[in-house]
Ligand binder design. Structure first.
Ligand code: IPE
Ligand code: IPE
Ligand code: MG
Length: 252
């Protein structure tokens, strides 16, 4: 493969007319680098989070128009509670505000919103808004936008294991029936195709407890671009790189 597609300044090629050509169904993103973006500009850190929302809005429009079926974004990890009370509070207020502002437009664009993570530990007001948003958009047949909120992959797998154990104990399933398809169906993402590509902005070469099971064969794409600077053109560049990759799944 060549890397020329990464560096060349080709125009965006994922417009409406190219819908059928999109070579993947599910992209997952680790939206990282908001605070570094703000620090570099000598702005308060919350401005980085606020600008990060604009990046997401642009991207949702773009991938929706390009016909992507699933976009999963990491908005708040189960480890992010370790941040200051002020930052955590700011983020939850921001999520509430954005949801209230964007819900009708998301609906118009036929976006189906799903939140994945340990949602019952989220403050009640936000939790109620999340449930309402999922209810209102459940029949939409456009982009499936999954937002990972209070999400941690190990916790997701642990909860799945516990529920499988209960099902075995009650006789609903036998241990012999436990295979990767059954386990997958117990995850928050049950029924969805695995992401073919994970994009991480902000340059860190790690998964940070994101979709550990689902990413088993995902192509990893890390860019130094900080999330508030990430544009649809950057996304298209990642897709072009994806197309160049040789996926082998352990074979020759
Ligand atoms: C990602 O940006 C957003 C969240 C984790 C909520 P960060 O807040 O991690 O910003 P950096 O990585 O410290 O720059
Ligand atoms: C991952 O970013 C979580 C989100 C993007 C929401 P972090 O900034 O929390 O991850 P680490 O601390 O760099 O591993
Ligand atoms: Mg970070």
């Amino acid at each position: 493969m060549t890397n020329s597609s990464l560096t060349s300044k080709q125009p965006s090629n994922l417009g409406e007319q190219d819908k059928k050509k999109l070579p993947l169904k599910h992209v997952a993103i680790i939206m990282d680098g908001n605070r570094r973006w703000a620090d570099a500009k000598k702005l308060p850190r919350f401005v980085g989070h606020r600008e990060g929302v604009n990046s997401l809005k642009r991207l949702v429009q773009h991938v929706g128009a390009a016909g992507l079926k699933y976009l999963t974004v990491y908005a708040f990890s189960s480890e992010n509670w370790q941040r200051s009370r002020e930052e955590v509070q700011y983020l939850f207020d921001l999520f509430s505000k954005v949801l209230a502002e964007e819900l009708s437009e998301l609906c118009e664009n036929k976006v189906k919103l799903t939140f994945i993570g340990q949602l019952d530990k989220i403050p009640t007001d936000l939790y109620n808004s999340l449930q309402k948003a999922m209810q209102v958009t459940r029949d939409n047949r456009g982009l499936n936008l999954q937002v990972a909120l209070n999400y941690g992959s190990r916790l997701e797998i642990t909860e799945a294991v516990k529920r499988i154990a209960v099902a075995v104990r009650s006789g609903h399933i036998s241990p012999d029936e436990i295979d990767d398809r059954l386990i997958e169906s117990y995850l928050y993402t049950g029924g969805m195709p695995d992401p073919e590509m994970i994009i991480r902005t902000g340059g860190e070469m790690r998964l940070s407890n994101y979709l550990l099971w689902q990413a088993a064969y995902a192509e990893l794409y890390v860019t130094d671009v900080l999330w508030p600077d990430f544009t649809p053109e950057h996304f298209d560049e990642a897709v072009r790189e994806f197309v160049q990759r040789e996926r082998r799944y352990g074979g020759d």
